[in-house]
Design a protein around this ligand. Structure first.
Ligand code: FES
Length: 104
């Protein structure tokens, strides 16, 4: 059964960076792109950098540690699309953002 977990208020998510959260035992990066909220695995697959603290430009997040870049709409690495961050479904209920974690 899926778990719906409150993540933040819509007012908490900056546009030029992300928001790093610990939810359900995972580090989740929450972003806002074109009025859409996006949640993805917040651990960079290169060396574990905090993607939620990366800079966001035109829907691309740049990892603050060594500069790997990911397309937030797909989760794919910009140069090597086979590297793909897990994205989570997001629901907005009034002004609250919820992340949906799939059940096992
Ligand atoms: S840890 Fe993210 S680019 Fe190295």
């Amino acid at each position: 059964m899926n778990r719906r977990v409150r993540a933040a208020s819509i007012h908490d998510v900056p546009e030029e960076t992300g928001l790093e959260l610990a939810l359900e035992g995972k580090i989740v990066a929450l972003f806002k792109v074109d009025d859409e909220f996006i949640a993805m695995d917040g651990i960079c697959p290169h060396a574990g950098g905090p993607l939620g603290k990366g800079t966001v430009t035109n829907g691309i997040v740049t990892c603050p540690w060594h500069g790997w870049q990911f397309d937030l709409k797909t989760g794919q690495h910009c140069l090597t699309p086979q590297i793909c961050q897990t994205r989570y479904e997001v629901e907005v209920d009034q002004e609250e953002i919820f992340v949906i974690f799939p059940g096992s």
